[in-house]
Design a protein around this ligand. Structure first.
Ligand code: HEM
Length: 390
């Protein structure tokens, strides 16, 4: 039995000791990766025989497609998930069925409209100008992960603060950006009626509903984006040729601007239409999120860092089905903040990489990771910051 088992199986205890050990040793992701490789992408994790705790673990795209796209209704999250994620209450992460459909519809129309995207980008750019760049200007050696976490927390809170933002109007001579309000206010005023879900009426203006959803969005947006940006800087710092290509691409996009908008901090602040032109940076974000995701796409060389694999011969981003690149999950429950995440990570990466060079103080290329819902660096990302001359 042990000869073919991906992880050593103890009598009675099954594979639990091996997993527990690697959990405390922070090597659990490596253990999963090894086990998935040895078994061709799917294995049964045997728990102790006296408790009902066997798990099927898979990263095989065919299985992912079967579970999330073709038979999603058979694979609900269930009550155990809600118990584990109790602080998120009845927010979208924790619910199934009618209640999930109702919240998905609401959040989809909130998060995926161009006005909201414009508003979110404006807040992000303003916050970078007022806090992130001034902090890095003064820093010599800094834990970037810590800074990004704090920054994203503030940024997400600014998107939600109700009292302050409902009265504040963003007037920059553009009619489109006037009267933008925060997420909470939009939630309250949007047209969708209250939901009738499984015989229960969901009042979308109730304190509990608002609290659960706002907390969900805060958790969804803060940790994921700050972790993604941290890994991106780490990957780029370890691959100078990638960094060079990103800077070349930025230079080309910035070069067509009027001269006064090329130099200084403004050079790195890109507008949405400019960010959309950054194919190589987009590919680098995809590659970063693939390499540090626990579900790599199944290429032979999947552990190598190669942004080029995401670019077609015509120079556009290749479409990869979500069941092969499931960092944002696949099928009906795919992340609702995917587009926003790409825009925000690209926007921050452009501003930072254009202005600063980051040299890692610890040259160890295989950073240790935390164990949790979001993959952070266990020891942070300490880097020496210096300004670039353009
Ligand atoms: C790099 C950034 C991000 C990554 C990797 C990511 C990843 C994911 C994943 C894996 C899920 C599925 C979770 C599950 O069902 O257990 C998810 C769901 C979700 N994400 Fe994201 N996310 C990111 C950013 C964001 C942002 C910025 C927002 C919005 C502010 C957001 C909003 C949501 C929502 C609302 C869901 C629930 C969808 C549903 O259950 O139907 N995400 N995300």
């Amino acid at each position: 039995r042990n000869k073919h088992s991906p992880v050593y199986q103890w009598p009675f205890l099954g594979m639990l000791p091996g997993f527990l050990f690697s959990f405390y040793d922070s090597t659990i992701h490596d253990l999963y990766t090894r086990a998935l490789r040895r078994t061709g992408g799917t294995f049964l994790l045997k728990g102790p025989i006296f408790i009902n705790a066997d798990f099927m673990v898979t990263c095989d795209p065919a299985n992912i497609n079967h579970i999330f796209n073709k038979n999603a209704a058979n694979y609900e999250k269930g009550r155990d998930f809600k118990t584990i994620m109790e602080p998120l209450g009845d927010g979208i992460f924790n619910v199934d069925g009618e209640s999930w459909k109702f919240q998905r519809r609401l959040l989809h129309s909130l998060l995926n409209n161009s006005e909201f995207e414009c508003h979110a980008m404006q807040i992000l750019t303003e916050k970078m100008r007022s806090t992130l760049l001034p902090i890095l200007d003064r820093a010599e050696v800094v834990d970037l992960q810590d800074v990004f976490k704090r920054f994203m927390f503030d940024n997400m809170c600014l998107l939600m603060k109700k009292q302050e933002f409902a009265t504040k109007h963003y007037v920059d001579n553009d009619e489109q950006t006037k009267n933008k309000t925060d997420l909470l206010t939009q939630f309250l005023v949007m047209k969708d009626e209250d939901g009738n879900c499984d015989g229960k009426i969901i009042d979308k203006t109730s304190d509990k509903f608002l609290r659960d959803n706002m907390l969900t969005l805060l958790v969804a947006g803060r940790d994921t984006i700050s972790a993604g940006l941290t890994w991106l800087i780490w990957c780029v710092a370890n691959h100078p040729t990638v960094e060079k290509r990103i800077l070349e691409e930025l230079r080309q996009v910035i070069a067509v601007r009027p001269p006064e908008q090329v130099n200084g901090d403004e050079g790195g602040f890109l507008r949405s239409n400019e960010l959309n032109k950054l194919v190589y940076l987009h590919a680098t974000v995809c590659e970063t999120l693939k390499v540090v995701s626990t579900s790599p796409i199944r290429a032979q060389d999947c552990m190598e860092f190669k942004p080029e694999r995401w670019i077609s011969e015509r120079g556009t981003i290749l479409h990869v089905p979500t069941y092969k690149f499931m960092t944002f999950l696949a099928g009906a429950r795919t992340c609702l903040g995917k587009t926003m995440s790409f825009m925000q990570i690209k926007s921050m990466a452009s501003a930072l990489l254009w202005k600063y060079k980051f040299e890692l103080t610890d040259n160890n290329p295989s950073a240790r990771t935390t164990v949790g819902m979001v993959l952070y660096m266990k020891d942070g990302l300490k880097a020496r910051v210096s300004r670039r001359d353009h």
